[in-house]
Design a protein around this ligand. Structure first.
Ligand SMILES: NC(=O)c1ccc[n+]([C@@H]2O[C@H](COP(=O)([O-])OP(=O)(O)OC[C@H]3O[C@@H](n4cnc5c(N)ncnc54)[C@H](OP(=O)(O)O)[C@@H]3O)[C@@H](O)[C@H]2O)c1
Length: 357
């Protein structure tokens, strides 16, 4: 297997394997540039406590959340230093006291939101989902946060019928590409926004591309869908939410799943989300009063739980059947974490970056 970045490990043996009883992990030490703030280190290999298991990580996801954490703009900002890593796929290598239903050798997926960027991770069994043996580890990890987010927004936040039209912002991104594939599979017509360089990617996914910098994007969408679209999926937030609302057909849904709008200083982690919160509340009451023509707005945030486990299993089934093909933008060792975060920060890649400890 070829790797996209293979920086020399900061610790462990020559090939990067941790010493016996040791663990290799990545730390984010503060806000700033990835190269200055993301480092590998060695720590003790955990022993699983009651109700927990120790997982040897095969693949851990790199997500936009880590970019936001690095800029101290994430809605749930962690305290530095910490071990990042939203999601992982791996095998149980040790079970703690009181564990039932899981055993050493089981392949699992989890979304701890932090702490996945290590060789060995200790997690409570309540957070685990089964990961099928046949899926490539990088693909299996791309289906966790990105896949479940896409799936639940499409099938739980909205109720769409084949033949309807939707707008997916960032259709070339990790979440957006999976959302587009799922929507096309559901029989929807998809208008997908992306920068012009990525329009071929959007077309390949089965969507009609549109530049998100189009000066009058509402008119451009209306030209493609004169009656409006049945749903808009938006991760940018800010004033764009008003444009998105205007694009909706009667009874349409605006799903806001982040506020990554530019222009905020590191540390202003809550402020980007205020416009989305304010509009969601205002439109909720306007809808109760019958003032929205049946249109509604909701905010989505992925969380573990029974729906997560069920939906992840369905995503794995769709990937095994060839319906979903998550694109892997880069495979890196743990020591290449800063390179992967840099690629997301620069918007220079298409698909999911994964760390393979
Ligand atoms: N709510 C949740 O539970 C949840 C879960 C997962 C992810 N997220 C959020 O979802 C967002 C996308 O995550 P990701 O992993 O898919 O990121 P990603 O792979 O970096 O993709 C970002 C996408 O956004 C596009 N984009 C950039 N500027 C845009 C603009 N002004 N308008 C519309 N699209 C724009 C990019 O297009 P170009 O590359 O062509 O510029 C790219 O397609 C992030 O903000 C992330 O935090 C939320």
């Amino acid at each position: 297997m070829s790797l996209d970045s293979v920086e020399h490990p900061a610790s462990g043996t020559a090939d990067g394997t941790p010493r016996a009883g040791a663990n290799t992990l990545v730390r984010m030490t503060g806000s700033g540039e990835p190269e200055a703030r993301i480092h590998t280190a060695e720590g003790p290999r955990p022993t699983p406590g009651k109700g927990k298991v120790l997982i040897e990580v095969e693949a851990a996801g790199v997500s936009y959340a880590e970019v936001q954490m690095l800029q101290h703009l994430h809605p749930f900002p962690p305290k530095f230093p910490f071990v990042p890593g939203y999601d992982l796929v791996g095998r149980i290598v040790e079970v703690g006291p009181g564990v039932t239903g899981w055993k050493s050798g089981d392949r699992v997926a989890a979304m701890p939101r932090q702490g996945a960027w290590q060789r060995f991770v200790e997690l409570p069994t309540t957070t685990l989902a089964a990961a099928p043996d046949e899926l490539d580890a990088a693909v299996a990890v791309a289906l966790i946060t990105n896949g479940v987010t896409a799936y639940q927004m499409l099938h739980r936040s909205t109720h769409l019928r084949p033949g309807q039209t939707v707008l997916v912002h960032g259709a070339s991104g990790g979440v957006g590409a999976l959302l587009t594939q799922l929507a096309v599979h559901h029989g929807l017509r998809v208008i997908g926004t992306a920068s012009p360089a990525k329009h071929d990617t959007v077309r390949d996914l089965g969507a009609e591309p549109l530049d998100y910098r189009t000066p009058d994007i509402v008119a451009a969408v209306r030209a493609l869908a004169p009656q409006g679209v049945q749903a808009v999926f938006d991760h940018i937030g800010g004033r764009g939410l008003d444009a998105a609302w205007t694009m909706l057909a009667p009874a349409g849904t605006l799903v806001s799943f982040d506020s990554s709008v530019a222009g905020y200083r590191p540390g202003q982690w809550f402020r980007p989300h205020v416009p989305a919160l304010r509009r969601t509340v205002a439109r909720y009451f306007a809808r109760l009063l019958g003032l929205t023509g049946g249109r509604r707005m909701s905010m989505y945030y992925v969380k573990p739980g029974p729906n997560f486990t069920t939906d992840y299993a369905e995503l794995c089934r769709l990937a095994a059947a060839g319906v979903l093909t998550p694109r892997i933008a880069g495979r890196h060792r743990l020591a290449g974490a800063a390179t992967a975060v840099r690629a997301l920060l620069d918007g220079s890649s298409v698909g999911k970056h994964v760390l393979l400890p």
